[in-house]
Design a protein around this ligand. Sequence first.
Ligand SMILES: [Zn+2]
Length: 396
Amino acid sequence: MIIYSSNNIDQFFTEMQRCTKCLLPITYPGIVFDKEGVCNYCNSHQKITPLGDDKFFDILKRLKGRSEFDCIVPISGGRDSSYVLQQMVTKYKMNVLAVTVDHGFLLPEAYENISTITKNLNVKHEYIKYSEEKVNTLKNNVRIKFRGWVKKPSINTIIPVLNSGDKTMNLKMSQFAARQGIRAILGGNVIGTSAFEQDFFKLGYMGVFPDIYWRFTFGQKFKIFYKYLWEYLKNPYNYRFSIFSEYAKGYLIFFFEKLFRPKGIEYLGFWDYNYWEEEKILKTIREIGWKGADDTTTTWRIDDAAYPLINYLYLNIVGFTEHDEIYSKMIRENQITREEALKRCLNDHKPRFKIIQKDLIDYGIHKDDLDLSINHFRFGFLNKLLKKKNIKFIKE
Ligand SMILES: [Zn+2]
């Protein structure tokens, strides 16, 4: 048994065991290391092989010329969707309408990138804007939920509490397509994420791991439902109609989205056919004017206002973020060395305090109170998580 003082949890994070091949640490859900210190996720990794261009061209041929636009490409202003749009226009020569769902949680970098890229690619672009009333309700809900979270933190509710924006995005997009008479949505971001830009650990703490295309079995969906229902019930701060209604809608859509979708629209994932390669993506989109954010080294999810705080919470509770996960996948796929990944990861971990501070002011939470709450919570959480791994934290 290795014993740490509760005052030394941050030190534990810097020296905790990580896979010798990728970066995943001992606090990653479900992780087991073999004799060489290689994790089960590396040992069971199968090379990512998309379906390829031949199949993709066949499909695109079918989509062409059926309506004013061949398809919608959803863009968020982030790196992935910007690349998909560039490829659909330049390489695949599709007549596309670029569409952004503006749920009120986009950062200025997102608007700027969207405007630059669509202009440079000469693509028509539309915003689907949530009404001011809806945005206010969502923002107010985040405030209530997050204040409740600080009183009663849980590793499982970080995303549903802070990421209000995108529960109904896909549905909004397809309803828009139906109204415009466009019969296909070809997405990199909203419909069909790449096998790389995913964060399995966030549901992993509930024991749920979808497949690499982010598909869930009914059993997994049910598990998520009852776990979240329990999380909802045990925090009295949730007992308000606006919160109940947001969660209820979110789960209905999660479970039964197909039933709500308008008929006759096809959904295609760009990354089902194309291999994701960070270097190529960044090089391509920078050529059409895409810019990262000034206050961070990461280029992933710089468009979404919820993520600086989300990453801050995970970093302080389990000692890693989604960046450790994506770099680990890139190591397994030989896109980056472990050494380089570790270096970049440490830089990407640096919190975007300007945005976090603004969020905390909006939510009426003092940072010291947040840190106190995290400290208290992680002590119990880590003790439970690492008990079988013979690591214990004691109060000092
Ligand atoms: Zn590994």
